[in-house]
Design a binder for this molecule. Sequence first.
Ligand SMILES: C[S@@+](CC[C@H](N)C(=O)[O-])C[C@H]1O[C@@H](n2cnc3c(N)ncnc32)[C@H](O)[C@@H]1O
Length: 270
Amino acid sequence: MEINKVYLGDCIEVMKGFPDETMDLIFADPPFNIGIKYDIYNDNMSYEEYYEWSNRWIKECYRILKRRGSIYIAIGDEFAGEISIILKKTGFYFRNWIIWYYTFGQNQRKKFNRAHTHILYFTKDKEHFVFNDKDIRIPSARQTVYRDKRANPIGKIPDDVWEFSRVCGTFKERIGHHPCQMPEDLLDRIIRTSSNIGDIVLDPFGGTGTTSAIAKKLGRKYITIEISKKYYDIILKRLNGRISEMKQTRSNNTTHQNLLFDIDNFTETQ
Ligand SMILES: C[S@@+](CC[C@H](N)C(=O)[O-])C[C@H]1O[C@@H](n2cnc3c(N)ncnc32)[C@H](O)[C@@H]1O
């Protein structure tokens, strides 16, 4: 197993090659099985297939997670219940059912607009795990609204409803045309909370490499896996700093959409 590495391949097959109990933190943002158009992956399995596939990759995560490690899984309404059951049946302990509430959700025609994703937070051990509360505290209403002298001066642990904007197509944070890029602030909170400097953070579904980019920025080690060569290339460019370079050098003489197109289309090696 190599550290600070982007693997190209199927996450179950790649994880099979990793030793037991080596990861400190796993963040997984799998395809939600709702027909999203990815580069090569077909996000449209039958119910049984998706359940069985989820069961297999979650079991592999359990095997390679350290005894004091944590796992966070992002998942849509359609399979949140099933993924929670699989996590419990696999042996993980439930800690929080986090709601990521976002602005800029997609407008619907015949149902209410969706403005949230579930983030299921579980640990391998019931009592012993990393939870760096001091690194993620925020000002409390007692401090900011009521100016209450009894308020804890170091703030409070955030609630289990998190508000971060989605990364829309027009945002500066955007990396190419991947359909599901996660916001950096969301990964920042998870990685600070549940890992320490030097720990290994694994993301089995790399996408644009948000988890690895933030792990690297925060002094953690990263491993990620991506099945599409196109997205794998984007992750390499992001981790090598090429995308920030392109954004800086070209921001004045190209449109945002042309920049995204260029990011998608130049190649980089590991
Ligand atoms: C929801 S996206 C992840 C987005 C990522 N969190 C980000 O911030 O960019 C899921 C990704 O998993 C990849 N994928 C699908 N099946 C996979 C598999 N079996 N092994 C590895 N990657 C896979 C898809 O190509 C897609 O890029």
